[in-house]
Design a protein around this ligand. Structure first.
Ligand code: ZN
Length: 205
C-alpha cells in the first residue's frame, strides 16, 4: 500500500513550530504513485474519523462527482460520460474537497475548544493544507496549518495534533518544557502520539 510518508511514530520528532519555512507545501492535487491509487468503485472504502467507510457509486445527471455520507456509506453520484483518467481525477478531487471542508470544521471546532486553555494572543488562524510529510505546523504569527488528511483519523488523534500545535504557542520547540506542557493538558499524549504513528500507510489519498 502506498505510504504517505508522514513522520512517525515521532511524527513530531522534528521542529514543527519553525514558521513558514518549516512548512513543506506540495501541490494541491498531487497524486499518489500510479498503481496504488483508489479506483473509487463499489466495494472500496476510505477512512473518515477513524472508520472505514464503504463507497457506493451510481451514475447520475450531475456535472461532476457529488459525495454524500449517508447511512454509513459514501454515496457518490458520477456523470456517466466520465471515464478513465478523467473519472479518477474528478473522483479524487471531489473526495479531496469533501475531506478538506470537514477537516476545516473539525480543526476549527477543536481549536475553539482548546483555546481557553492553550491560546496565546490573537486567536490562531487555521489553514488546511495539502502536504505529505507533516500533520501540522504552528507559525510564529500563531497561524496553524493542518494536513487535510487529519480528517481520516479518529477524533482523539485529531485532538492530539491540534493540541500539539496550540502548545507550540507557548513552547516553540519539543524540549522537556513542551512535553511537560503536553502531559499537563493531555496526560495520555504519548499514547496518542504512538497511535498516530501506527496510522502510517492507511491513508490512501
Ligand atoms: Zn511540534
Amino acid at each position: 500500500m502506498w505510504r504517505p510518508q508522514l513522520r512517525s511514530p515521532a511524527g513530531y520528532g522534528g521542529p514543527c513550530g519553525g514558521g513558514e519555512a518549516a512548512w513543506i507545501v506540495s501541490r494541491l492535487s498531487q497524486a499518489p504513485p500510479e498503481g496504488v491509487q483508489k479506483r473509487f468503485v463499489n466495494g472500496e472504502s476510505l477512512p473518515y474519523l477513524g472508520e472505514d467507510i464503504h463507497i457506493a457509486v451510481r451514475f447520475a445527471d450531475v456535472p461532476s462527482p457529488e459525495i454524500r455520507l449517508d447511512d454509513g456509506r459514501f454515496r457518490v453520484a458520477v456523470p456517466p460520460n466520465l471515464r478513465g483518467k478523467r473519472r479518477l481525477e474528478a473522483m479524487r478531487q471531489a473526495f479531496f474537497e469533501w475531506y478538506r471542508e470537514r477537516a476545516l470544521d473539525q480543526v476549527t471546532e477543536c481549536v475553539d475548544r482548546w483555546w481557553p486553555k492553550l491560546g496565546r494572543g490573537e486567536r490562531s488562524r487555521v489553514l488546511i493544507r495539502n502536504q505529505r510529510r507533516r500533520w501540522g505546523s504552528c507559525a510564529s504569527d500563531g497561524t496553524i496549518r493542518i494536513n487535510w488528511r487529519i480528517i481520516m483519523l479518529e477524533p482523539s488523534l485529531i485532538e492530539y495534533i491540534v493540541v500539539h500545535e496550540l502548545a507550540h504557542l507557548s513552547v516553540r520547540n519539543h524540549s522537556p518544557d513542551f512535553k511537560k506542557l503536553m502531559s499537563s493538558v493531555l496526560p495520555d499524549f504519548r499514547d496518542r502520539e504512538k497511535r498516530l504513528g501506527q496510522t502510517e500507510g492507511i491513508l490512501p489519498l
